[in-house]
Every structure is written in structure tokens, then in C-alpha cells.
Write a protein that binds this ligand. Sequence first.
Ligand SMILES: NC(=O)c1ccc[n+]([C@@H]2O[C@H](COP(=O)([O-])OP(=O)(O)OC[C@H]3O[C@@H](n4cnc5c(N)ncnc54)[C@H](OP(=O)(O)O)[C@@H]3O)[C@@H](O)[C@H]2O)c1
Length: 250
Amino acid sequence: MNERDGRRAALITGGSKGIGAAIAQCLAADGWDLTLSARTRETLDATAASLRETYGVRVLTVPADMTDESAVSALVAAHADEYGRCDALVVNAGMGNKGAVESFPPRRFDRLYQVNLRAPFQLMQEMLPTLRATAGDDGTAKVIAIASSTGVYPEPELSAYGATKAALISLCETFNTEEAVNGVAATAICPGYVDTDMSEWTKGDGGIPAEQMISGADVAAVAHAVTQLGRYAVLPQAVLTRPGPQLHRA
Ligand SMILES: NC(=O)c1ccc[n+]([C@@H]2O[C@H](COP(=O)([O-])OP(=O)(O)OC[C@H]3O[C@@H](n4cnc5c(N)ncnc54)[C@H](OP(=O)(O)O)[C@@H]3O)[C@@H](O)[C@H]2O)c1
């Protein structure tokens, strides 16, 4: 059990690919044991197998849809049962959807809200006893939320997505006012466009070339740096933009 051997453990949602997989790789390279979650078992298992083989760490996989409240609860329980500690809860699973306020269907907003905000809230709430216990009286445990620059700076046609990310940033800020004194601190990482499947739609003609986007490894480097912060250093928000004159645009 990690509880006894002192190895650090993280739960990463959306850990099968993209930014989540990059964070998983970075933490595994640093000797962390992991729980990875996503909906698609095949991708999840392939990512986990590669991490076990390359880094020799333990990787638990738990398929879960972030719109399913009972599946989210089962995920938290499975991680706590496996490792008995949580040094980092990485709430990364998310979805995007584009459209002008004028015509964006409200039912699509409901799904964005569930995946991008409600699930992170539930994960933070239900993992809290384990995070507090891991921090103890003189240690620390981190919540790392992958928000977006659209939660900080407006971007046309991303109002619903941006609103969920702005709320996620706010959730981290308020969480810190309650929990940082207990050694549990949250950081919302807010990147511009990152080269993953999610940003595929903007890589075409007239869009942003993939090689000019932020990489998953860049976001992972920030997440890893957050895990190095001590109990008395709270970083509520880290904005990561691309170069250029429109620095604050995604
Ligand atoms: N790419 C960007 O430009 C960018 C910029 C700023 C912020 N972000 C944020 O970064 C996070 C990761 O995105 P990414 O770019 O790495 O996207 P990605 O490559 O598409 O990966 C998304 C991950 O989340 C999982 N996922 C999606 N919907 C889910 C659901 N309903 N329940 C459970 N898991 C779900 C996916 O696996 P399954 O499909 O198998 O479930 C996958 O593991 C998101 O929160 C996104 O909003 C992305």
C-alpha cells in the first residue's frame, strides 16, 4: 500500500490522452503511482500499460463518464481504496463546444456544465477527506484543475465553454479560502490552444498550426511544478498563453 511505503499517488481524470496523458507521463516519470479515468476503456488501458512498462509505477484504470454522479463517486472510492492517499487530484476531463450566444442550444450548455464543472466539484468534495489526511499536519496535497484561457479572457463563440471554465477557476479560488489552511491547495491552469484532439477543429486552413500550439508537455510541466510547492505556497491560477500580439486569446 502506498500509505505505508510513502509513494505519492495522483488521480487524473481524462488521463487516457491529450493533456491528461501528458500529466500522467510527467508524474509517472517522477515515480508517482496513478489512477487514470476516462470513458473509453481501450485508450485508458493502452496508456496505463505504456506507463507501467516505461516507468514501473502502479496505474489503476477506472472507466467513468463525468456526467454520471455514481460513477464519479465510485472513481474516488476506487482510488482511495487502492492507494489510501491522494497527493494530487487532477481534474482534467473536459469537453468543448462552440457557438454564438445567439444560437447556442441551452441543452448543450447543460452537458458542458456537468463535465467541466459539476464533476470537478463532486471530485473535490468527495476526495477532500483523503486529500486532508494526505496533507496531515505539516504536508500538502494539491488539486490541479485544467481550466482554459477562455475562462479568463473572452473568446468569440466560446461563451458556454468559457463560462464553465471561469466557474472552475472561481471554484478553485474559493476552495483555497476554505482548505489551504488544511494543507490542501487548488490551482487552475488556464492554457490557450493546446495541441490535442480537442483543438483539432482550429488546426485547418486559416487556423493555428499544431506546432504553434502549447504542447501537452508544457501544461504537464506546470502541473508538475504545482506538485513541488510546499504547504505555505498557494498558486490559485496559472495562465499559459501562446506568443503573439493577441496574447490573451486562446
Ligand atoms: N486542447 C486545448 O486547446 C485546451 C485548451 C485549454 C484547456 N483545455 C482543457 O484541457 C482538458 C483536457 O483536454 P484535451 O485537450 O487533453 O482533450 P482530449 O485530448 O480530447 O482529452 C480529453 C480527455 O477527457 C476524457 N473525457 C472527455 N469527456 C469525458 C466525459 N464525459 N467523462 C469522462 N472523461 C471524458 C477523454 O476520454 P474519453 O473520450 O475516452 O472519455 C480524454 O481522456 C479539458 O478540460 C479541456 O477543456 C484544452
